[in-house]
Design a protein around this ligand. Structure first.
Ligand code: MG
Length: 248
């Protein structure tokens, strides 16, 4: 069942979303060649805790860190560690927060130093495909209008969208109904209503859409080894438009 949130609940979700996006800004400030993914994770955790919140991913099904750091051909769920970022890498940062029992969830992909034109274009198209999805999140529409808009945009630019991982409802749990695929025909699934809060998160690959999980049980990579990018925002349907909650 999809629960529409009250005004009060949306205020809490806005706080959690704002902190998640602020944490993204803090991480982006220190991204540079030579830094380890563990250092990024520590900064994020300290920042979230110092703001009176808790990291949502740490301990979630045993995930050992605050941020998912996914580099280059890694799609999502990369575990921070000793890996040193190099000039030309792409890194997806996915972070979740909990404030007073409410969740915020957002992801950004950022370049490390100077990156290739292809990498830069992939980042831009993935960000824009998220915008295309959000533009369909309006009262009276159907859920897969979002899915279809994302797929159509990414594929029209020559990329593929990952099938195996999807967006989700969000609220007092990180993952609520409905699941939000980033592909498929429009005009299917539940009718969109005011007060629905959704985390929309396209994962876009330069090559094929197939992915697999590494032996660590978490890190998802592209099967063909090509680059992947990931953007995510938490939004609330606010009538004819959606309001993005994961902004400062
Ligand atoms: Mg998410």
């Amino acid at each position: 069942m999809i629960v529409c949130k009250s005004k009060r609940e949306i205020e809490y979700l806005k706080k959690a979303g704002a902190l998640a996006s602020w944490t993204q800004e803090k991480m982006a400030e220190i991204i540079a060649p030579g830094i380890t993914t563990r250092e990024i994770d520590r900064l994020a955790e300290d920042f979230i805790v110092s703001n009176g919140a808790r990291p949502a991913f740490k301990g979630y099904r045993g995930f050992p860190a605050t941020v998912c750091t996914s580099v280059n051909n890694e799609v999502v769920h990369g575990i921070p560690g000793k890996r040193v970022l190099e000039e030309g890498d792409l890194i997806s940062l996915d972070v979740g927060t909990i404030i007073d029992g409410f969740y915020g969830d957002c992801a950004r992909t950022v370049p490390v130093g100077k990156v290739s034109d292809e990498a830069e274009r992939l980042i831009r198209i993935t960000r824009e495909s998220l915008q295309m999805g959000i533009s369909q999140a309006c009262e009276g529409g159907r859920l897969t209008d979002i899915s279809h808009a994302i797929q159509k945009y990414a594929e029209s630019r020559g990329y593929s969208v990952v099938r195996d991982y999807v967006g989700h409802g969000i609220g007092r749990s990180m993952h609520e109904a409905p699941q939000i695929p980033n592909f498929g025909p429009p005009n299917r699934g539940p009718r969109l209503r005011r007060g629905m809060t959704l985390a929309i998160e396209p994962m876009v690959n330069v090559g094929g859409y197939e992915v697999r999980t590494l032996e660590d049980g978490w890190t998802v990579v592209t099967v063909d080894g090509t680059l992947s990018a990931h953007f995510e925002d938490t939004i609330v349907i606010d009538g004819a438009t959606a309001q993005v909650l994961t902004q400062p």
